[in-house]
Design a protein. Structure first.
Length: 202
């Protein structure tokens, strides 16, 4: 059990070029410590999220956050896919959303990009505090809109499981245990960094 626990907290990326240690250490576990983040710690995370860059400083991101054991937590949990419900029992659950239009009523084409920047900034702050995030696409956004009376001008996008690194991989299914132990990998830069023409590696 000790081996599984250690594997859950340390999964350093093997990079081709030097990057910040925070980025090398960040990953998305499916188990978390039972220690609950304090309100001060959660406020720090959202303070970091608030300082992300955004188009025209519109800050279109929104978060719905809940602690385990609350009615709001259960409402978020009920919006998750069956697969995510099988493991997402972290101390904190969140939903992310963005405002689809500008204050002038025009389509905000960059809102989803800005939400991503906000979550990324939050995740880096979290990593510096030993807190992990596992972001989930498997969320019924229509159910979330209904459950939380989300205005039509907003769109629930993802769910996030959040808590301190830790927990025991043996509590997961065998398939998920194997996934948790797999080495992290990324595409080679030649597959996504171009120059000259599309597809021509930089």
């Amino acid at each position: 059990m000790e081996t599984a626990s250690i594997a859950q907290t340390k999964k350093e990326a093997q990079t081709d070029y030097p990057i910040l240690q925070l980025l090398k250490d960040r990953w998305s576990p499916r188990t978390f410590s039972d220690i609950e983040p304090t309100e001060q710690e959660l406020r720090q995370l959202f303070e970091a999220a608030s300082w992300a860059a955004s188009s025209f400083n519109r800050q279109p991101w929104r978060y719905i956050v809940a602690r385990k054991g609350t009615e709001t937590y259960q409402k978020i949990f009920d919006c998750l896919s069956d697969f995510n419900q099988s493991w997402a029992t972290s101390p904190v659950l969140m939903l992310t959303a963005y405002k689809k239009t500008t204050d002038e009523g025009d389509n905000n084409f960059h809102a989803m990009h800005d939400l991503g920047l906000s979550v990324a900034t939050l995740s880096i702050q979290a990593q510096s505090m030993g807190i992990a995030l596992h972001q989930m696409a498997g969320v019924d956004w229509k159910a979330a809109h209904k459950a939380f009376d989300v205005p039509e001008d907003y769109h629930v996008t993802t769910a996030i499981a959040l808590g301190f690194y830790g927990g025991n991989a043996e509590t997961l299914s065998e398939d998920l245990q194997k996934q948790e132990q797999q080495a992290r990998s990324r595409k080679d830069q030649k597959d996504f960094v171009f120059t000259g023409t599309w597809g021509e590696a930089f």
